[in-house]
Write a protein that binds this ligand. Structure first.
Ligand code: NAD
Length: 470
């Protein structure tokens, strides 16, 4: 068992207490994680503030070189990081799991390094010159969830560093270890204090989001916590990016040939055992095809191997923690009690670990918790519709709008319907495929602001207009 430290001001820091990180496969202890105190959070913010003046004035090319060096280091430690993600989070090594997460961390770091924020000319004539410039916002606090711990930390940290901000990151207490390792690696490349990591739960998160030494918060997590973070940010008018929960709808258009789409539909719903912000969480199927699609999809799900993510034969792992397991099984039980049909899955296996089978719930209705709320786990409700307009109206009825998808034989026809979804990203014949150059974010209660691409970089800057009389 290797040891883990906070990193503050470039140095490993020991803490007065620690908490255990639990492996969801068998509930064994992965490692003891050091627990930050509020005084250590203060110290991390001070370090980031001290590092900011030097880091923010570095020539851009130097920051690009550092980001590329970090990508190479992550790549070098790929296997260790991927195994750590599997142990602390549960996702598999095979399929779109831990290896995808570490590969994505490398890819996103390189993509972020390749971006350019150009100065813009607003006016340039004999009366004057007006330029729009962008400056780093300052010290950024990043607060991350437990579902894609390493990748989401990278999504927060790399654009902040790229534009010249310094960072304090706080991972979820369920999955802090891969972030501690990431920050340790990054400190082999970066000057002290540019990236710092603290750990802990709501108290530490709240101290960070209230902290007057933080200029911007980037938060990925649930809507209720997002609301609290926004309230804390109001005290000092911190800039905010909020990437919050979703309840993505997928609509299969009438007469769709389902067989060629099954694999993508499956991963759209069940990547990371459904614990993905932009996973497909409600599936609308036309009444004429309803029974055949339900039966074929359930059959497809039932043959997918589930088990210990370190065993290469498995494609789906356990639910990541007990809290989430109980939430998902409670939603399925509620749907069953209200008359839904459990076509496959639906029973918790005996034995240790937080396993829940891939569960297909037919005859689901809009009033069921499994449909109205975000299940964030391996259970998919399938709903029947009569007209596409009706399916769209029901898909758009919720307060969230992260992603959505439309599935059909003709991608162009499906795209016309997809444009009418109220969500930040609308996919056609796929679901939940982010791209490092395409802005990603939610509408309505699913968030504020975007990540990725040049638009994502801008979120870590403030605008300065330079207005010169000639
Ligand atoms: P969560 O809101 O419970 O926790 C997220 C983080 O906030 C954790 O680090 C937690 O310790 C911290 N936190 C808790 N209370 C806090 C407080 N009062 N102040 C500041 N920080 C606090 O979310 P979770 O259960 O870890 O993650 C699952 C949720 O995240 C789901 O709703 C999912 O949809 C969402 N999510 C969204 C995206 C996206 O990009 N939109 C991506 C991944 C996950």
């Amino acid at each position: 068992m290797s040891s883990f430290h906070l990193i503050i001001g470039g140095r490993p820091v020991t803490t007065p207490s620690a908490f255990n990180v639990i492996n969801p496969v068998d509930e064994s202890v992965v490692a003891a994680c050091p627990e930050a105190t509020v005084a250590l959070v203060d110290s991390a913010v001070t370090s980031a503030r001290q590092a900011f003046p030097g880091w923010s004035v570095l020539p851009d090319a130097e920051r690009v070189a550092k980001l590329n060096a970090i990508a190479t280091l992550i790549e070098k430690h790929h296997q260790d990081l991927a195994e750590l993600v599997t142990r602390e989070q549960g996702k598999t090594q095979s399929g779109p799991g831990a290896n995808l997460e570490v590969g994505g961390a490398v890819g996103w770091t390189r993509a972020t390094a390749s971006l350019q924020l150009q100065e813009e000319t607003i006016q340039d004539d004999k009366t004057g010159l007006i330029l729009l410039t962008r400056k780093p916002v300052g010290v950024v606090a990043s607060i991350t969830p437990w579902n894609w711990p390493l990748l989401i930390a990278v999504w927060h940290i790399m654009p902040a560093l790229r534009v010249g901000c310094t960072v304090v990151v706080k991972p979820s207490p369920f999955t802090p270890l891969s972030t501690l390792r990431l920050v340790e690696l990054m400190n082999q490349v970066l000057p002290p204090g540019v990236i710092n990591v603290v750990t802990g739960g709501p108290e530490i998160g709240s101290h960070l989001s209230n902290h007057p030494g933080i200029d911007k918060l980037v938060f990925t997590g649930s809507i209720p916590t997002g609301r609290k973070v926004m309230q804390s940010a109001a005290q000092t008018l911190k800039r905010l990016t909020l990437e919050l929960g979703g309840n993505d709808a997928g609509i299969i258009l009438p007469d769709t040939r389902i067989e060629p789409l099954l694999e993508k539909l499956f991963w759209g719903c069940f990547i990371n055992a459904g614990q993905t912000c932009a996973a497909l969480k409600r599936l609308y199927v036309h009444e004429d095809q309803y029974e055949s699609i339900v039966a074929r999809f359930a059959e497809y799900c039932a043959q997918i191997p589930m088990g210990d993510g370190l065993d290469p034969k498995n494609l789906i792992g356990p639910v990541s923690n007990r809290m989430q397991l109980e939430k998902v099984s409670g939603y399925v039980d509620d749907a069953r009690a209200r008359g839904a049909r459990i076509v496959t899955g639906g029973e918790r296996p005996r034995g240790p670990g937080f396993f829940y089978p891939l569960t297909v719930v037919a005859d689901a209705t809009d009033d069921m918790k499994l449909v109205k709320e975000e299940q964030f786990g391996p259970a998919i409700p399938i709903l029947k519709y009569r007209t596409v307009d009706e399916a769209l109206q029901r898909a758009n009825a919720l307060e969230v709008g992260l992603g959505g998808s439309v599935w059909g034989n003709d991608p162009q026809e499906a795209a016309k319907v997809a444009r009418r979804l109220e969500c930040g990203t609308a996919w056609v014949n796929q679901h939940g495929m982010p791209h490092p150059m395409a802005p990603f974010g939610g509408v309505k209660c699913s968030g504020i602001g975007v990540e990725f691409g040049v638009d994502g970089l801008k979120e870590y800057t403030t605008v300065q207009v330079l207005n010169i009389a000639l």
